[in-house]
Design a protein around this ligand. Structure first.
Ligand code: 6V0
Length: 315
């Protein structure tokens, strides 16, 4: 629990924004949470609903507000956006959400005093890049949830396959939060051993086919959930909470958040996810991993595919 005053704004009180506020209230992450949405009734209703439970978890202020409430926030989370309509392409949706994000950024910056902007809305890598540019904030003060959720899915699937506690499985998905992402097998560890070495022992078998299947399942996980229940929000809410905790408690946690990359692995001027040290200032630094040649090539390809989308949507 955070004891000093901490204020978080959530822009967008839809499935993701409301679930995030709910998870934050359960974990008592912040002392003050403000929900901001074009749909004021929705934001008001979500805040009211959460407030009726706080007597069981602890005192905190949860309310709906407007952009002037961004003042003095430690973290500003953007979860607003449109969903894909029938017949609409990914690119159409990207253009629509870029326009929404621009409007939101301009409103935030009218009242911004300090804090980190955490982008969650999709396409998250594109929006992280654009919001970094529009806001004029120093690099790293704007970050995307990027592949933090994908890395969690990766660890979960490995833990199930190898029948070991997920907290003992360490590994990263990097690159795009989307189709061109990749797992870093060369830096995946259990019990201090590389995954390949671990699986030579008595505790697990992981074939090249298993590896491909796990990477594919991580990639398709969001679509699988949407096919079955229409939207994804619980795991992303917990993911956002974990990132916000690192920020509010100045934890120097390593997380695969997204930020604008300038030079790592020869990649320039695009936002994507790499293991980064996260503290109250945002992305403090990016960990230079020794990638295999195949991993490095796949990361560059991921950057190229993101740049191609950026070129289509940049204004
Ligand atoms: P939702 O339930 O439709 O909520 C979106 C909310 O945004 C609605 O309440 C809208 O009223 C609001 N909104 C729209 N325009 C504006 C605006 N200009 N200003 C303020 N509020 C606005 O969507 P849901 O919550 O399911 O998803 C939100 C976003 O998160 C989408 O872009 C998803 O694709 C994205 N996700 C990202 C994930 C990640 O890992 N990065 C994971 C899950 C969802």
């Amino acid at each position: 629990m955070v004891t000093s005053k901490s204020k978080v704004a959530i822009i967008g009180a839809g499935f993701v924004g409301a679930s995030t506020a709910f998870a934050m209230s359960l974990q008592q992450i912040a002392t003050e949470i403000v929900l901001i949405d074009v749909n004021k009734e929705k934001a008001y209703g979500e805040a009211l609903d959460i407030n009726h439970g706080i007597s069981f978890v602890g005192q905190m202020a949860v309310y709906s507000g407007d952009y002037s409430d961004v003042k003095d926030c430690d973290v500003i989370i953007i979860t607003a956006g449109a969903n894909r309509k029938p017949g609409e392409t990914r690119l159409d949706l990207a253009k629509k959400n870029v326009a929404i994000a621009k409007d939101i950024t301009q409103n935030i910056m009218k009242y911004y005093t300090r804090g980190v902007i955490l982008v969650v809305s999709n396409p998250v890598d594109i929006l992280t890049y654009m919001i970094t540019k529009w806001s004029g904030l120093p690099n790293g003060r704007v970050m995307g949830s990027g592949t933090v959720l994908d890395s969690s899915r990766f660890r979960y699937l490995l833990s199930k396959k190898l029948n070991v506690d997920v907290r003992n499985v360490h590994g990263y998905i990097i690159g795009e939060h989307g189709d061109s992402q990749l797992p870093v097998w060369s830096a995946t560890h259990i019990a201090g051993q590389n995954i390949n070495e671990y699986c030579q022992g008595p505790n697990g078998i992981l074939t090249p086919e298993d590896k491909l299947a796990i990477a594919e399942e991580v990639k398709k996980a969001g679509a699988e959930i949407i096919k079955n229940k229409g939207a994804t929000y619980y795991a992303i809410a917990i993911t956002i909470n974990a990132i916000v905790e690192s920020l509010l408690k100045d934890q120097n946690t390593i997380r695969t958040v997204g930020s604008v990359i300038n030079g790592n692995y020869g990649i320039e001027d695009v936002a994507l996810s790499l293991p980064s040290i996260v503290n109250s200032g945002g992305v403090q630094s990016i960990i230079p991993l020794t990638l295999s040649p195949e991993e490095e090539a796949a990361l560059r390809a991921s950057a190229d595919s993101l740049k191609a989308i950026l070129n289509e949507v940049k204004d």
